[in-house]
Write a protein that binds this ligand. Structure first.
Ligand code: ACO
Length: 428
C-alpha cells in the first residue's frame, strides 16, 4: 500500500501523487495543482483550522474520541494523582520528569523569581478598582517585556530558560496582586517556605494572622487543577502564543496575546461564564426551560462541548471528583445540584448526544473556585497561571522547529473587484 494520495484535477484531467505522512498531506503540495502557468495553484480553505495541523509537537497528545490526554506521554490521570504542578511544568518544558535533585533546584529557582519588580505595584495602581483581573494579568505580564529587555534574546538558550522561570514564577504573584488590588488589600510578598500553590493561596488570602497556612486539601485541589490546565496542545491561546512568537517577539509580549485569547468566554473565560450561567438558572426546577432555550439557539450550555473532545473530557472527570473533596472542607456549593442536574439532562438529550457535547474542563472547576472563596472574575486567571507552562513549552518548541516560519495564513479574497477612486463630492 503506497502512502500517497492520488488527485485528479477535473478541470485539466491532470493526475498528481501527493505523499501522505503522519496522516497528513502537505498543503504546499497542493500548490503544484494549477489550471495553467498563470494560476497561483490550489490552496486548502480551512476557516478556524478545523482540519489543519499547524505544527509537529512532542508535548501534549489528545485523542478526542477516546477522551485521552497525555503530557509528554504521561496520562493526565497519573499526573493528577501523583505529580505536582511545578513538576508537571518541568515535564512540559524539559520533556522529562525531574530527578529529586533537579526538582529541588527547579523549585528553588522558581521561588527565587516570584517577587515582581517593586514598580509593578505602581503600575497596578493605574487600574480601576473594578478592573477585570484577567486584563490586569495580561497587561502586567506583557509589561514585563519592558522590565526584561534581555527577553528579546530568544535564540539564546540561557535567556529562554530565564524567561521561562520568570513567567512561571511571576504569574501567580501578579494574579494575587490583581486580586488584592480589587479587594483594596495590601500586597503580600511570596513566602518561599510554602509550595508553589500554597504560596499563591497565602498571597491571595492572608489577612492579619501572623502566619498563614493553607488548608492542605484545598492546596492540593488547586494544585491538581493547575496540573489539569497546564497544557492542551494547539488550542486558541496556544496557537496565539505560537503565532505571536513566530514573529520573534519576546515571550512576555507573546504571553499577553495568549492570555488575551484565553480570556474569551469560548475559551478560558468559559469557567466564569459557567458560574454566571449556574447562578442565573439558580434552581433545579428552572433547568428544563434553560435547556429549551439552548436547543432553540438562544443560549449555549457553557462548559459543554469541545473542538477536540467528542467524548467526556478526561479533565472534567478528575475535576468532578476533586469538587467532592473540596466540598468536604468548604461545605457543598449549592450550585452543584444545578450543575449535576444540567449534566444529567444534557447527557440524555438528543440535541447534546447527537452533537457529541460533553462537559469540558470548565464545567465543574468554577464550583470549586467559588467554594474556595475566589470571586468569579478570578476564574480565567486561575486558568492562565498554570497554562503559562504549556504556552512557554510550545513557544520554545516553535522557535526551535526548523520547519516553522512567521505564521501567516492565506485567504480567499471575496471583496470588491478593482474599481477607480471617486472623489467624495461625487459619491452618491
Ligand atoms: N451549547 C449548545 N450547543 C452547542 C454547544 C454548547 N455549549 N457547543 C456546541 N454546540 C452546538 C453548536 O450550536 C453546533 O450546532 P449545529 O451543528 O446545530 O449548528 C454544534 O454543536 C457544533 O458546535 P460548533 O460551535 O461548531 O463547535 P466548535 O468546535 O466550533 O466549538 C466550543 C467548540 C467553542 C468549545 C463550543 O462547544 C462552545 O461554545 N462551548 C461552550 C463554551 C465552552 O465551554 N468553552 C470552553 C471550551 S474548553 C476550553 O477552552 C478550555
Amino acid at each position: 500500500m503506497a502512502d500517497t494520495l492520488t488527485v485528479i484535477d477535473n478541470r485539466t484531467g491532470q493526475q498528481y501523487e501527493l505523499p501522505i505522512k503522519d496522516g497528513t498531506i502537505r498543503a504546499m503540495d497542493l500548490r503544484q495543482i494549477r489550471t495553467d502557468a498563470g494560476d497561483f495553484g490550489l490552496m486548502s480553505y480551512d476557516p478556524a483550522f478545523l482540519n489543519t495541523a499547524s505544527c509537529r509537537s512532542r508535548i501534549t497528545y489528545i485523542d478526542g474520541d477516546k477522551g485521552i490526554l497525555q503530557y509528554r506521554g504521561y496520562p493526565i490521570e497519573q499526573l493528577a494523582e501523583h505529580s505536582t504542578y511545578l513538576e508537571t511544568a518541568y515535564l512540559l518544558v524539559f520533556g522529562e520528569l525531574p530527578t529529586a535533585a533537579q526538582y529541588a533546584e527547579w523549585e528553588r529557582t522558581i521561588n527565587a523569581h516570584t517577587i515582581p519588580h517593586e514598580n509593578i505595584k505602581r503600575f497596578l495602581d493605574g487600574f480601576q478598582h473594578d478592573a477585570h483581573p484577567m486584563g490586569i494579568l495580561l497587561a502586567t505580564m506583557g509589561a514585563f517585556s519592558t522590565y526584561y529587555p534581555d527577553a528579546k534574546q530568544i535564540f539564546d538558550q540561557a535567556s529562554r530558560r530565564l524567561q521561562t522561570i520568570r513567567l512561571i514564577a511571576k504569574a501567580p504573584s501578579v494574579a494575587a496582586y490583581a486580586y488584592r488590588h480589587a479587594a483594596g488589600r495590601p500586597y503580600i510578598y511570596p513566602d518561599a517556605s510554602l509550595g508553589f500553590t500554597g504560596n499563591f493561596l497565602r498571597m491571595l488570602f492572608m489577612g492579619t494572622e501572623a502566619t498563614y497556612r493553607p488548608d492542605p486539601v484545598l492546596e492540593r485541589a488547586l494544585d491538581v487543577l493547575f496540573i489539569l490546565h497546564a497544557d492542551h496542545e494547539q488550542n486558541c491561546s496556544t496557537a496565539a502564543m505560537r503565532a505571536i512568537g513566530s514573529s520573534q517577539s519576546d515571550p512576555f509580549s507573546a504571553f499577553a496575546g495568549a492570555a488575551a485569547a484565553l480570556s474569551g468566554p469560548l475559551h478560558g473565560g468559559a469557567n466564569e461564564a459557567v458560574l454566571r450561567m449556574l447562578q442565573e438558572i439558580g434552581t433545579v426546577d428552572r433547568i428544563p426551560a434553560f435547556i429549551e432555550q439552548v436547543k432553540g439557539g438562544a443560549d449555549r450550555l457553557m462548559g459543554f462541548g469541545h473542538r477536540v473532545y467528542k467524548s467526556y473530557d478526561p479533565r472534567a472527570k478528575i475535576i468532578k471528583k476533586t469538587a467532592y473533596e473540596v466540598f468536604e472542607v468548604t461545605g457543598r456549593n449549592p450550585l452543584l445540584d444545578v450543575a449535576l442536574e444540567l449534566e444529567r439532562i444534557a447527557l440524555e438529550d438528543d440535541y447534546f448526544v447527537s452533537r457529541r457535547l460533553y462537559p469540558n474542563v470548565d464545567f465543574y472547576s468554577g464550583l470549586i473556585y467559588q467554594a474556595m472563596g475566589f470571586p468569579v472574575d478570578m476564574f480565567p486567571v486561575l486558568f492562565a497561571i498554570p497554562r503559562t507552562a504549556g504556552w512557554i513549552a510550545q513557544w520554545e518548541e516553535m522557535l526551535l522547529d526548523p520547519e516553522q516560519k512567521i505564521a501567516r495564513p492565506r485567504q480567499v479574497y471575496a471583496g470588491a473587484a478593482p474599481r477607480d477612486f471617486v472623489p467624495r463630492e461625487r459619491r452618491g
